[in-house]
Design a protein around this ligand. Structure first.
Ligand SMILES: *Cc1c(COP(=O)(O)O)cnc(C)c1O
Length: 415
């Protein structure tokens, strides 16, 4: 690459092949500077669930821009933040009644972890400092978010400074559930008094490798945590807003987490924002006459009016246009089209859940050149490690989705 002023993410700048330049995007199509059009199979890291250049969302931003782009939330307040907070309380599982905004998913996770620490401290439990996380977890790239992650590619460079969480295995197969619960039970009875919270990507793990596990494990884990005064945090930055087939992955469960983090699709793919939702017992541990009990966090752009306005409009479109039905249709099409590959010798695993379709190949070397191949065939997809996946916008047409799965199948079929 010639260009060095712009430093790209997760990339070795010396060997990076030149990124494709996008000049505009609408629906599920990306228009490139060289005139090509690609169908977007990743919806910009799972965020652009409505597709691009959506008239209702554009209008919501334009209307808000005419009023004000931003004001601080310290000492000032505004309707967009209040309305989005109320809406999030309404649509998330009952009991998550308090919303703390921030500017990205990683920061939303940091906030959840800090909240758990301070919650226990204010109840006299300064010894509760550790976190439990799941193997293959990904929770973001800031310091504590990396610490509760388990993916060496993202955090290997920092392994010498991280403060690693205690990892437990979720049951990826149904017959592993009992053993997984017994292991968690044992851990909590030995170390529960030192543990502040357990953090999970509920039902579906994302960037750490697209593994899914049962809601019943989550329900039992939540009950076990609560028996040991350990908080349960659901990181729904990726799973929220329909990706697992329900509005939230928490909707698959009977138990409600103490804290939930939302990001990515929260703002319909338009801009960075996140929300950390907390239960009333947590909120109440900060609510007192002592200023020192306040939650000491406050991102400059928290509650940004443009982000809140587009977030609110996105939720209204999601509900009005019955996105859950669209996601169910995507799921059955992905199942029908990707499961053909199940017995292919280079395929280790095919996993479809809601709006995500995954093919795990036998080795990472089988993915070399895949993204370029997909682009040559009119589709934007990007594998990582040995995973080939799609997580399209929910407005995708049947023909567009077939084109995406067709490219995935053609690539695998080369062996
Ligand atoms: C993407 C992601 C994050 C981090 O969000 P950013 O907005 O990139 O900081 C955290 N948790 C999960 C589960 C994610 O998928």
């Amino acid at each position: 690459m010639e260009e060095r002023s712009l430093w790209y993410p997760y990339a070795q700048m010396k060997t990076l092949s030149p990124p494709l330049e996008v000049v505009s995007a609408s629906g599920c199509q990306l228009q490139l500077a060289d005139g090509r059009e690609l169908i977007d199979g990743i919806s910009s890291w799972w965020a652009a669930i409505h597709g691009y250049n959506h008239p209702v969302l554009n209008q919501a931003i334009a209307d808000q821009l005419g009023q004000m782009a931003h004001v601080m939330l310290g000492g000032l307040t505004h309707q967009p933040a209040q309305k989005l907070a109320e809406k999030l309380v309404k649509i998330t599982p009952q009991g998550l009644d308090h919303v703390f905004f921030s500017d990205s998913g990683s920061v939303g996770v940091e906030i959840a972890l800090k909240m758990a620490w301070q919650y226990h401290k204010q109840r006299g439990h300064t010894e509760k400092t550790q976190f439990i996380a799941l193997t293959h977890a990904y929770h973001g790239d800031t310091y504590m978010a990396m610490s509760v992650g388990d993916d060496s590619d993202f955090s290997a460079a920092f392994s010498h400074v991280l403060r690693p969480a205690i990892l437990v295995d979720p049951p990826y197969e149904k017959d592993q559930e009992e053993a997984a619960i017994q292991a968690l039970k044992q851990l909590l009875s030995e170390k529960g008094d030192q543990i502040a919270a357990m953090i999970v990507e509920p039902i579906l793990q994302g960037a750490g490798g697209f593994r899914s596990y049962s809601p019943s494990y989550l329900d039992r884990a939540t009950q076990l945590c609560h028996a040991h005064d350990v908080l349960m945090i659901f990181d729904e930055v990726a799973t929220g807003f329909g990706r697992t087939g329900k509005f939230f992955a928490a909707d698959w469960c009977s138990e409600v987490p103490d804290i939930m983090v939302l990001g990515k699709a929260l703002t319909a793919g338009y801009m960075g924002h996140a929300a950390t939702l907390a239960s009333t017992p947590i909120f109440n541990a900060f609510y007192s006459d002592n200023p020192g009990d306040a939650f000491m966090h406050g991102p400059t752009f928290m509650g940004n009016p443009l982000a809140c306005a587009v977030g609110l409009a996105g939720i209204e479109v999601f509900q009005r246009e019955n996105y859950l039905a669209k996601i169910a249709a995507i799921e059955s099409q992905l199942n029908a089209e990707l499961n053909e590959l199940k017995d292919h010798p280079t395929v280790k695993r095919v996993n479809v859940l809601g709006g995500v379709g995954l093919i795990e190949l036998q080795s990472a070397s089988l993915l070399k050149g895949f993204s370029e191949f997909a682009a040559q065939n009119g589709v934007w997809l990007r594998g990582f490690e040995n995973y080939l996946y799609t997580a399209p916008a929910y407005i995708i047409s049947e023909a567009e989705l077939s084109k995406i799965t067709g490219v995935m199948k053609e690539w695998v079929g080369r062996w």
